[in-house]
Design a protein around this ligand. Structure first.
Ligand code: CP
Length: 307
């Protein structure tokens, strides 16, 4: 069998995603009963972090531990990926010692190169281009809040960034409509939109790119937002705060959506910027469910890739 990687949502078919969700749901319900099946007994996960993390770092480490394995964490200062040592050579070393790699880095091509050269599965734990683990946890979370996600509409409001791209690829694959409202200069990449439309053609989902946040949320079942300046863009924060101000998810915007609309955020949040406290702490917010499900879904991803 060929080894599998999760470099992009594009690496997964609809059936793959449903299998990951099935494993995640099973592991989540068994954990609630105190069961920790050692499906990855003795396996080692190497985690490479070139950017900060709370959720990804903790959930991968706790997840592999609950599955009977353990994690080794490596920072850029330690391994100097692509500087101290080539990506090829790092891949050829790691595959001799560990069974799985999760990497958070800047360029998508670094993850692709690592996956190309390593004989073991490689997971994208966030790049500037995509955040597939987060998007999978987000859609899994929606399955817990709606009887069926087919035909739902997710409104993404804000920066057309990495998580926006992964949601654009994943939602239509699962029959979920997605409306993105971004300032024109911060829209998601055309290639992502084109692939999203191709995925939508398979399921009949709708993909819409707008600039008006009110129009985007009008028929939404869930509103999703993210920080206006992602990791590495901090020097643009003041300009972005000005441009994105009309895209704040606040009480007025939520009032433009159908009653009961779910509120989503991948965290960390900048309260008072892209989302207000009252919305973030409202009873319809499922933000910390999303965070919790990073654990269960990433366990599903690891088991799926190692099967
Ligand atoms: N959402 C997310 O990936 O969180 P961290 O950056 O804390 O890992």
């Amino acid at each position: 069998m060929r080894k599998r990687d999760l470099v992009s949502i594009n690496d997964l078919s609809r059936d793959d995603v449903l299998e990951i969700f099935y494993i995640a749901r099973d592991l989540k319900s068994r954990l609630a009963k105190g069961e920790r099946p050692r499906l990855l007994d003795g396996r080692v996960l190497a985690m490479i972090f070139e950017k900060p993390s709370l959720r990804t770092r903790v959930t991968f480490e706790v997840g592999i531990h609950q599955l009977g394995g353990h994690a080794v964490t490596l920072t850029q200062a330690e391994i100097g990926l692509g500087k101290r040592e080539s990506v090829h050579d790092v891949a050829k070393n790691l595959e001799r010692w560990v069974n799985l790699v999760a990497i958070r880095t800047f360029e998508q091509k670094i993850v692709a190169q690592l996956a190309l050269h390593a004989a073991i599965p490689v997971i994208n734990a966030l790049t500037d281009s995509e955040h597939p683990c987060q998007a999978l946890a987000d859609l899994f979370t929606l399955t817990e809040h709606f009887p069926s996600i087919q035909g739902l509409t997710l409104a993404y409001v804000g920066d057309g960034n990495n998580i926006c791209s992964s949601l654009l690829l994943l939602c239509p694959l699962l029959g979920v409509n997605i409306s993105v409202a971004s300032p024109a200069a911060y829209a998601p990449p055309p290639a992502i939109l084109a692939q999203a439309q191709r995925n939508a053609a398979l399921t009949g989902a709708r993909v819409a790119l707008l600039q008006d946040p009110v129009a985007a949320v009008r028929d939404a079942n869930a509103i999703y937002t993210d920080v206006w300046a992602s990791m590495g863009q901090e020097h643009e924060a003041a300009e972005r705060a000005r441009v994105f101000r009309p895209y704040q998810v606040n009480g007025d915007l939520v009032a433009s959506a159908p009653r009961g609309v779910k509120i989503m955020h991948d965290l960390p949040a900048h309260r008072g910027e892209e989302i207000t406290d009252d919305v973030m702490d409202s009873e319809n917010a499922i933000i910390f469910d999303q965070a919790e499900n990073r654990l269960h879904v990433q366990k599903g991803i690891m088991v799926f890739l190692m099967s």
